[in-house]
Design a protein around this ligand. Structure first.
Ligand code: 5RP
Length: 265
């Protein structure tokens, strides 16, 4: 791996623990004003001190994050579809590398939609992005498909998606947690982070998800709704950090979360 690429990646995946807590706030690119992300700046600002990286679009970056913040940016560069359109999978690359460089990002991210009619198009998007990423020293995060029909959370399907992403050159991969998750990680070739998915019933469930993923080889989380749609987002991200970076059990992380909650009530 080239020096620049490795340097950028190690801003995201912290070398002291080998882990990362990425905060995902890119949902608006196909969902519009998602609940609790209506005013992104209000959601993002209090969480910045606790996030290792921020995953978002250029629009939210420019309007809602101060350029003086010293936080690695993972820029979503795919899109062009919406939740009410004919197919979420019909994505194209929406942001150039020139702009990503101008925005001083640490990585770019795109979605791939394996198993859909747009599989080839989105995998070609990935391959092209990796070619450019290699040229400029910018890592590429491949996100395995989102969307209700596509959330096939089984190890066979997710291993297929993640391995294809790695074979096409993705430098790290984001996917869903599933049973036998270690099989997904073992066959992926590059580091894997997990998405949180829709908000779970309790915050303990979100911690359990993070804990199970970490214990089966994930390098971290790229979590959104389970943090910022929770009752107390700062308490939540601190709990997740305890699991990801501190190796805390779910009970220990719950204590941290409840301690933080108590301070604010
Ligand atoms: C959308 C994404 C989101 O960033 C991802 O789903 C993570 O957020 P959440 O934890 O809310 O699922 O990649 O394509």
């Amino acid at each position: 791996m080239d020096w620049g690429l490795k340097n950028r990646l190690s801003r995201i995946i912290k070398p002291d623990t080998g882990h990362t807590v990425m905060l995902a706030v890119d949902h608006g690119y196909f969902l519009g004003p998602t609940r609790k992300l209506e005013v992104p700046r209000d959601t993002i600002t209090p969480l910045i001190p606790y996030a290792d990286a921020l995953m978002l679009t250029r629009g939210v970056l420019r309007t809602s994050v101060e350029p003086t913040e010293n936080l690695p940016i993972v820029l979503r560069v795919s899109g062009g579809t919406s939740i009410i359109g004919p197919s979420l999978a019909d994505e194209e690359i929406t942001t150039t590398f020139e702009e990503a460089i101008r925005l001083n990002v640490s990585a770019v991210a795109l979605s791939i939609f394996v198993g859909t009619e747009y599989e080839k198009q989105t995998l070609k998007n990935l391959a092209d992005l990796v070619t450019e990423g290699q040229r400029y020293g910018i890592p590429v995060l491949a996100v395995t498909a989102v969307g209700k029909k596509l959330e096939k959370r089984d190890a066979r399907f997710l291993s297929l998606c993640c391995r294809i992403a790695a074979e096409l050159g993705a430098h790290f991969v984001k996917t869903y947690y599933c049973d036998d998750f270690q099989k997904v990680v073992e066959s992926c070739l590059v580091p894997v982070v997990i998405a949180g998915g829709p908000k779970l019933e309790t915050f303990r469930d979100a911690l359990q998800l993070a804990h199970d993923a970490m214990s089966q080889g994930a390098v971290g989380v790229d979590m959104g709704r389970n943090i910022w749609q929770s009752e107390q987002p700062v308490a939540s991200i601190r709990g997740v950090r305890a699991v990801v970076h501190g190796g805390a059990t779910v009970d220990e992380a719950m204590e941290i979360y409840e301690g933080e909650m108590a301070k604010t009530t």
